[in-house]
Design a protein around this ligand. Structure first.
Ligand SMILES: Nc1ncnc2c1ncn2[C@@H]1O[C@H](COP(=O)(O)OP(=O)(O)OP(=O)(O)O)[C@@H](O)[C@H]1O
Ligand SMILES: [Mg+2]
Length: 252
């Protein structure tokens, strides 16, 4: 297996004596789109922030393509190929789309031309509106700018925190399509989502995070149809109860 990202027994938290991640083991294979779902407060955002050097890691490790990166700071991680799009405040509203994208290459300004070609090929609408202020965009368009800014550094791994949050159903759908498109362009992606069912539809694999642990894992399809996962995390709307191949990873 060609593993891009792996966390091993990750324990992390904000306040002394309070652990939010309680031994979290997840990985992303090269080219994979991996979803992290789970209830509010499960530690999903904390997991992404811990990987991206924004939360104190108390024990355990984070590795990128086999190299340990535990606790490295964000600017270092960006140069090593990790992109992170936080849940909110992820664009500069007073700057234009173009200026936002330029911010994405501040560490490697020479690559600007090549990278802007990449993102405007991926999202042609952006290319047509480079002079527009990011603050005037819809929520879905802002997410596209935020993801594009992260892509400006040519990341091998993109971490996305709830890109569909707060969007109308149509915009949510567009956002999921955009994420799948980024992944198809060769970027490995780890996506945290509230919209669990929709996320699992586009993911190769997923994890259910509960109380800071990876409680279940499996293919998107197997998690979606696992009665336990449905009952505990997806609600009762599911109709397909046939496949049960996801695995409880820490005693369920
Ligand atoms: N900056 C912080 N300082 C202290 N505690 C925090 C901080 N950020 C989050 N927490 C706590 O950590 C726990 C996990 O929060 P986290 O944001 O990781 O959950 P989440 O799974 O992303 O939830 P949501 O679905 O609501 O986004 C919560 O109990 C939260 O109150
Ligand atoms: Mg969160």
């Amino acid at each position: 297996m060609d593993i891009v990202l792996e966390t091993t027994d990750l324990v992390a938290g904000y306040l002394p004596g309070v652990n939010i991640l309680n031994g979290c083991n997840v990985y992303v294979e090269r080219g994979e789109l991996v979803g992290i779902i789970g209830p509010n407060g499960a530690g999903k955002s904390t997991l992404l922030k811990a990987i991206f050097g924004q939360v104190n890691i108390r024990s355990g490790t984070v590795s990128l393509s086999g190299e340990e990166i535990t606790g490295l700071k964000a600017d270092k991680l960006v140069t090593k190929g990790v992109g992170f799009v936080p849940q909110s405040n992820n664009v500069f509203p007073s700057l234009t789309i173009e200026e936002n994208l330029q911010m994405g290459t501040y560490q490697k300004p020479k690559t600007y031309k090549e990278r802007i070609e990449f993102v405007t090929n991926l999202f042609p609408e952006l290319g047509k509106r480079l002079k527009q202020r990011a603050g005037s965009l819809s929520g879905g368009e802002r997410q596209m700018v935020a993801m594009s800014r992260a892509l400006m550094m040519n990341p091998s791994l993109l971490l996305l925190d709830e890109p569909s949050a707060g969007l109308s159903p149509v915009r949510q759908d567009e956002t999921f399509i955009n994420v799948a498109q980024i992944n198809r362009a060769g970027v490995s992606v780890m996506i945290v989502e509230q919209n669990a069912r929709r996320a699992l539809q586009i993911c190769d694999r997923g994890y259910v995070l509960d109380q800071g642990r990876d409680a279940y894992s499996g293919t998107g399809r197997s998690l979606m149809s696992d009665p336990k996962v449905i009952e505990l995390y997806l609600g009762t709307l599911a109709t397909d109860h046939t496949a049960t191949t996801s695995t409880p990873t820490q005693g369920g």
